[in-house]
Design a protein around this ligand. Structure first.
Ligand code: FES
Length: 270
């Protein structure tokens, strides 16, 4: 088969003739919209709580503001109560500054997202495209910290356990069992994040990647089954990365709307 090569020396031209730039542009738009929204909300501790729902942008809350933030997490729900007096006045009193930032570290260093934003900002045409300068030097220079991803995984697993805990706690309002739309939204959020976390390359390596043989003792080890499950998720890592990101934002938005009174939550309590 003959491959057609286009020769052009206009700005940003390459030797590819297809619309290779569509995917990086869509990726950039998605990253700006969803990471942008979540960053703004992480700095804003208002309307992040509607009993018994809590936004994933502030969960789990180590501290919470005692006053001045409508819809903030109640003091009795925060692990260590209200924000301490030493907290700098120029910083908003957002619980996101403590444990939830681990999610940002995990996502930022994720192998999939790296590939995505490198193609958006550092080397849009990627390695497979000839005809354009590529300044990207991988994780050997400024981006060497990306290799910490395997350690951010531990924080993400801890955070995930907390989000499942909050999801189960969302079945109880004032000790009374029930269910609301918010409960379902929070559980879907925890489920999608589970799919994203356990499809992580580092997790897959941790549970089976360093073994030479899964059946050397003449029995299929439980680790093999775990590794197979992780491999299934890993093949769909990009999909879980996007669905979970969008759903985190949606969960926060839903809780914002019901907490601020803009939307009525359907539930069995009221
Ligand atoms: Fe994406 Fe680890 S590679 S979360």
């Amino acid at each position: 088969m003959q491959t057609r090569i286009a020769q052009s020396d206009t700005f940003a031209s390459t030797q590819r003739t297809d619309r290779w730039w569509v995917a990086p542009i869509l990726t950039a738009a998605g990253l700006v919209i969803f990471f942008g929204y979540l960053t703004i909300r992480a700095f804003d501790a208002t309307y992040v709580w509607y009993d018994p729902y809590i936004s994933p942008t502030v969960a789990p809350p180590l501290f919470t503001p005692a006053s001045g933030y409508p819809g903030a997490v109640p003091v009795e729900h925060a692990w260590l109560g209200e924000f301490p007096a030493w907290w700098p006045a120029f910083l908003p009193q957002s619980p996101a500054f403590f444990i939830p930032w681990m999610a940002i570290a995990f996502r930022f260093t994720c192998y999939y997202y790296r590939g995505a934003y490198y193609k958006v900002a550092l080397s849009p045409p990627s390695c497979a495209v000839r005809g354009m300068a590529r300044p990207y030097r991988g994780e050997t220079a400024l981006l060497v910290f990306q290799n910490l991803h395997r350690y951010t995984l531990y924080g993400a697993v801890f955070l995930l356990a907390c989000l499942w805990w909050e999801g189960v706690a969302a079945f109880f309002r004032n000790g009374q069992f029930g269910v609301g739309v918010g409960t379902v939204v929070m559980l879907i959020n925890a489920g999608l994040l589970t799919g994203y976390t356990f499809g992580c390359h580092s997790w897959r390596h941790l549970i089976g990647g360093q073994l030479d043989c899964f059946t050397c003792d003449n029995a299929v080890s439980p680790r093999y089954r775990l590794w197979k499950s992780s491999s299934w998720l890993n093949e769909r890592h990009m999909a879980f990365a996007w669905f979970s990101l969008v759903w985190v934002a949606f969960t926060d938005l839903y809780i914002y709307l019901v907490s601020s009174g803009a939307l009525r939550d359907l539930n069995t309590w009221s």
